[in-house]
Ligand binder design. Sequence first.
Ligand code: UDP
Length: 389
Amino acid sequence: MSFDAVVIGAGLSGAVMAERMANVLNWKVLVLEQREHIAGNCFDENDEFGINVHRYGPHLLHSSNNDVWDYLSTFTAWHPYQHRVLAKINDILVPIPFNLTSIERCFSPQKATAMISALREHYGDGSKVPILELKQRVEPLLAELAEFIYRNVFVNYTCKQWGVAPDEIAPEVTARVPVVVSYDDRYFSDTYQALPSKGFTAMVSAMLAHPLITVELNTPMARRVRLDWEHHQVLLDGELFNGHTIYTGMLDTLVPDAQNLPYRALKFKHKHLNIKEFQPVATVNYPNDEAYTRITEFKHLSPTKHVGTSVVYEYPCEYQPKENVDPYYPLFTDSAIAAHCTYRNQLSKFARFIPLGRLAEYRYFDMDDAVANALKTFLKLQDQISFQR
Ligand code: UDP
């Protein structure tokens, strides 16, 4: 069987691209996935108790991008869901992002009132202030508040998550969880916030369920596809492949003698407990004393009648190739960004070879970013093809 395109990786990015190529271009697409399942890290499944769990930690679709929402909505119905997170600070639970309720829980009524007035005065009601920005304030009340939040919410969590202090990582990372000058206790404020009514795996399965798409699981790329670096050609089953290759893995694994790109990884501990409810919201963050960063209770994500409950603990760790953990978050050091750029340039010598997605493009993508990026990459490909015709 001859294929027009090979997609390496059946995660969200690979699935969007495969679906677009089959549906819009009428291409025959081979998708190779090394895991035993599709859907990448947003893979979810019913555990032995019938509770829908996310094997690789909680995945939540939140987006303000109409194109992404409309596109995904052709493959799934939705179950509306607004994510709420609490953090355990000095033995009390406070809303995260840290908001006006959090201030009232952590400070005396008098001080909380003064801090809230100062925040409103400086930033305006409803604004969102990155912690590293708030930390620049010299006014005593705001400086005290910033120091409290920095110490209790960000420093230790970030050291666990990234292995370094908040000021040593890109400011956009901690800015994802700003201090919120309102009582809105939702984790995200995007227009669309929902979970696929039958889960992410079912959604991705619907994307790949096209007669022109063949998915092979348990198939590492090397079993079928090889890069011939001497002639800059892609080989499929040992034969020259002139179609498009969409690659969603790590670039360093393809380039001869490349140094490993650094990533942070996560280890997950799934547990089932014979209690009705473990915690009041889907996710509780543990910024300080515990080795894990957060616990997610799946009951809060998708309704279940089960009397017990299933939870997952997340333990950040270093990514070591060959150990039994997957790479999650790129570490954006200058040398890593430069190395990634070099590998990308080397791979650009292969015609019709497209690196795509979080791993291949070395990006910190939310799910909607991954979909938007894949849709954009597809449109670029479509343009090139119509131009060549
Ligand atoms: N963060 C923190 N304390 C928290 C929540 C987040 O220090 O309670 C910081 C931490 O550096 C984290 C970043 O904010 O990596 C982004 O958090 P987010 O929840 O967006 O991370 P993700 O869900 O992508 O792992």
